[in-house]
Design a protein. Structure first.
Length: 162
């Protein structure tokens, strides 16, 4: 197992920075949870892909009809068609991104600069890779902003990584 080493801070301490400890624990929890979710999602999307498209769209509409209004119902139907045809691919994109993020985080946790680059690369690719399957209007704003913010926080500790 590789040794955990950090470059000294202004006071000469080589212990793991508190920010990396806090973000690291949150990232380990997040990636562990989402790896499970995306694996289950792949299984679910495999089953969805075996249903006739019309039946799946009807199931989605029936389940959400009382909660949605005009434009929202149309978006749901569009999403149902996308999930039916490309749901497994979408879950695979999210799964690979999450696994690479986890590997990068392990590197950061051990004090390795390459871990940050791997994490940041996974985050950057992970922002745009879903566009292979989804229209940009389905991606939202909060997720990408959080991605950039957390990556920037890790980046602020780059000077401590060896």
């Amino acid at each position: 197992m590789a040794e955990t080493t950090y470059l000294p801070d202004a006071s000469g301490s080589t212990k793991r920075p508190d920010l990396i400890s806090v973000l690291g624990i949150l990232t380990f929890i997040n990636t562990g949870l989402f790896i499970l979710i995306y694996l289950l999602g792949m299984l679910g999307m495999t089953a969805v892909g075996r249903l006739p498209l019309e039946e799946f769209v009807q199931l989605m509409n029936d389940a959400a009809a009382q909660y949605l209004q005009g434009d929202q119902a149309a978006m749901l139907e569009e999403m149902a068609v996308i999930l039916h045809s490309s749901g497994v691919t979408l879950m695979l994109i999210f799964l690979v991104r999450t696994v690479v993020r986890l590997i990068g985080m392990v590197g950061i946790w051990k004090g390795q600069k390459n871990g940050f680059y791997l994490y940041a690369g996974a985050q950057l690719v992970g922002l745009f890779a879903p566009l292979l399957v989804l229209p940009a209007s389905f991606l939202g704003v909060f997720g990408p902003l959080m991605t950039v913010a957390v990556t920037a926080l890790y980046g602020s500790q780059l000077k401590r990584l060896a």
